[in-house]
Write a new protein. Structure first.
Length: 734
């Protein structure tokens, strides 16, 4: 019997093969990145290709005897296993990634010669990795943290990496402070506690001594730090970059990613609960959306600033703690990115992918942002350690689709077998090839920038306004967002043991907003100081004059910016939202099926949750398959809850503590709830809640996202109201 007959193809292998065949966009890279071994049809072998006859027993001296050193099968297998782990990323260790493509809407040739931004017919393959920053590889997805948003464009002119975050600014202005910052936010070194959390003394100690971090702190304490999904975060290149056109003209640019599903978050209590119920919540969400064909999409946005406007604004374009308010320079949406394929192997792709802000193509260039400049060194350096040597560009996921020809040779794990005698340039032995490319032939030329300066360790006075944009962010938030931000600060600083650190932070907050500082101080049981106090001598150069290092306040032209508030995001779709349908024996089958199909028609996904797995019996005796039981499901993993009609089913849910808890949590987390036949279930789920115990009118409840007794109105109208409510995401007016 041949191998094929002995081992049937697994469905997994079939699916993958089909995907790779069908995937025309990724075809270009798949020929490079896939090893052509088809697992299901081959014999098991050693790494030397020797076929293995017994993979179950080691070689022994007698059946009960000691294992022999001679056993090359055992030794090879164990040795490889012993070396399976590589160092995790020092930051952004935990992530999830996906393949897809990017396509520009219209040629941007006016600004850039980068081909992938000038040819609207070109679909450029991308690989995108999302991440948290502080936690280890095994930490929870739902930590309060910045999210990494790193995009590798496999362009025909070479790889371009846009290595950004979901927040548009950063904590510090100069790369030299980065190791200190990361040491402070990581778990404390003596006991490695807390994991994936900034709520501890060392982080806030550092922050309270870094007034430039205050803008980023506003973002980090906002709900942006606890996203509903990677698919619902914005992305930002953070630094100002340059675009260069064919004529060598340059403009400044800030990059944005705008998610087509809107920007949405969970609430803090939910985040904490999800961390226990499903620490892979964001990974799973991304994976499942792509598996189900609900491909996440982002538009690429650019803010373009002409060269002559470099000094026009009340902030410095080179300062990475500043945004350009969209009111000053609108974001032009220039193209779309679609993620349509999950990685086949987490380690080979998501773990081994190596991003580097210095991977640019002709038409994109750097500015002198001192944080960016430091990053240009760091990323290659870190990959050398993490991926074991200088040939990490040969790892399939990192290979460009553009051909690579140079005289770099050898080193650990070299894959390329370079033929020929001469490995230098210039040469005549191999005819002078590969040769340098003229700019017209796509050769990269750095932008010629005139710099006439002193060599100096220091920073520009234009980098000293630390609070104006922190205040701009705070003032742009809705009341609910301000409350969440205040609560987050109170929580985080409440976890800080040293009173002097909390006090210093309250002092800094007074510079952002008095009410914010007062409310946080109140929660911490502290007085509000008149002005911040911190030991200046620690945060300025040893011979610096403290007077020269005082923060300044520059008058702002923009007081409030709509784009900064998530309250203004898109709320017109329920695509990919997860809806729990709670049911038990005796449920009205028609109300389930009608609601299910109405929701699914809008792109939502539903799950029937019952007291136990298997089947429930409808009022008319029909068997309905249960997707999850109350034991494994949890309200925090869903966006909304529906309780279909059926007196017996409702009565049994009313007796079920877990069902009541499910509804209670959905209510507390401001989610849409619909019930065909309330029968007191809502009240029972949250005894003592004033709003639910008052007999509110249906319309009042509907205004708070609770659709009740709608069955009387007919299932369609119920579904319509419910769909509208789910699209609202949350009802903060409860
Ligand atoms: Fe990074 N950063 N970073 N960073 N960063 C890394 O590179 C670094 C900064 C960002 O999914 C490391 O491969 C320095 C800003 C993302 O693989 C390391 C400084 C922004 C990722 C590194 C910064 C980022 C990283 C760790 C200050 C937003 C994950 C592992 C000068 C614009 C990429 C690695 C992925 C990863 C250094 C600041 C984004 C050590 C020195 C600002 C999304 O090289």
């Amino acid at each position: 019997m041949g191998v094929k007959e002995r081992v049937g193809k697994t469905s997994d292998t079939r699916v993958n093969e089909e995907k790779i065949e069908k995937d025309t966009i990724n075809e270009k890279i798949s020929s490079l990145t896939y090893h052509t071994e088809s697992a299901a049809e081959e014999f098991l072998t050693t790494n030397q290709g020797t076929r293995i006859n017994d993979n179950q027993n080691s070689l022994k001296a007698g059946e009960r005897g000691p294992t022999l050193l001679e056993d090359f099968l055992l030794r090879e297998k164990i040795t490889h296993f012993d070396h399976e782990r590589i160092p995790e990323r020092v930051v952004h260790a935990r992530g999830a990634a996906a393949h897809g493509y990017f396509q520009v809407y219209e040629s941007m040739a006016k600004y850039t010669k980068a081909k992938f931004l000038t040819d609207p017919s070109e679909k450029t393959p991308v690989f995108v990795r999302f991440s948290t920053v502080a936690g280890s590889r095994g930490s929870s997805d739902l930590a309060r943290d910045v999210r990494g948003f790193a995009v590798k464009f496999y362009t025909k002119e070479g790889n371009y990496d846009l290595v950004g975050n979901n927040m548009p600014v950063f904590f510090i202005q100069d790369a030299i402070k980065f190791p200190d910052f990361v040491h402070a936010v990581k778990p404390e070194p003596h006991n490695e506690i807390p994991q994936a959390s900034s709520a501890h003394d060392t982080f806030w100690d550092f922050i309270s001594l870094a007034p430039e971090s205050m803008h980023m702190i506003m973002w980090l304490m906002s709900d942006r730090a606890i996203p509903r999904s990677f698919r619902m975060i914005e992305g930002f290149g953070v630094h100002t970059f340059r675009l260069i056109n064919e004529d060598g003209e340059s403009v400044f640019v800030k990059f944005h990613w705008k998610p087509l599903l809107g920007v949405h978050s969970v609430v803090w209590e939910e985040a904490q609960m999800i961390s226990g119920k499903d620490p892979d919540f964001h990974r799973r969400d991304l994976w499942e959306a792509i598996e189900k064909g609900a491909f996440p999409e982002w538009e690429l946005g650019v803010q373009i600033v002409p060269e002559e406007d470099e000094h026009k604004y009340e902030f410095d374009l080179l300062d990475p703690t500043k945004i350009i308010p969209e009111e000053l320079v609108p974001v032009q949406r220039i193209g779309k990115m679609t993620l349509n394929r999950n990685p086949d192997n987490f380690f080979a792709e998501t773990e081994q992918v190596a991003f580097h802000p210095g991977n640019v193509v002709p038409g994109i260039d750097f500015t002198n942002d001192p944080l960016l400049q430091g990053r240009l060194f760091s990323y290659i350096d870190t990959q050398l350690l993490r991926l074991g040597g200088p040939n990490f560009h040969e790892i399939p996921i990192n290979r460009p689709i553009a051909p690579v020809h140079n005289n770099q040779r050898d080193g650990h794990m070299r894959q390329t077998i370079n033929r020929g005698k001469a490995s230098y340039q210039p040469d005549t032995i191999k005819g002078g090839y590969p040769i340098q490319a003229k700019a017209a032939e796509g050769g990269f030329t750095s932008y010629t920038e005139r710099i006439e300066v002193n060599k100096i360790r220091g920073k520009s006075r234009s980098f000293f306004d630390h609070f104006s944009q922190a205040a701009l962010f705070y003032n742009s938030q809705s009341d609910v967002e301000k409350k969440h931000l205040t609560d987050a600060l109170s929580f985080e600083l409440g976890k800080v043991e040293r009173v002097e650190i909390r006090q210093r932070m309250v002092g800094l907050l007074t510079q952002v907003d008095e009410t914010l500082a007062t409310n946080v101080a109140d929660a911490l049981g502290l007085p509000v100081p008149r002005q911040p106090e911190y030991p200046m001598n620690h945060i300025i150069p040893a011979d610096g004059d403290p007077k020269e290092y005082q923060p300044v306040k520059v008058k702002q032209s923009i007081k409030k910016s709509e784009a900064l508030s998530m309250a203004n995001t898109i709320k017109n779709t329920i695509k990919t939202r997860q809806i729990a349908i709670l049911a038990a024996d005796g449920v009205d089958e028609a109300s389930i099926s009608q609601m299910k199909s109405a929701l699914e028609a809008e792109g939502a996904q539903t799950a029937i949750i019952a007291p136990k797995l298997g089947y429930i019996k409808s009022a008319t005796g029909k068997e309905i398959k249960v997707d999850q039981s109350f034991l494994t499901a949890s309200s925090v993993l869903f966006d909304a809850v529906y309780v279909p009609g059926g007196a017996k089913s409702s009565a049994s849910l009313k007796e079920n503590a877990k069902a009541l808890q499910f509804i209670y949590e959905a209510y507390r987390h401001y989610k849409a709830i619909a019930m065909d036949d309330d029968s007191g279930l809502l009240k029972a789920s949250y005894p003592g809640n004033k709003m639910l115990s008052d007999t509110l009118k249906e319309t009042d409840l509907a205004a708070k996202g609770i659709i009740v007794n709608a069955h009387a109105k007919g299932a369609t109208s119920n579904a319509k109201d419910f769909i509208k409510a789910i699209a609202q995401h949350r009802f903060w007016n409860r």
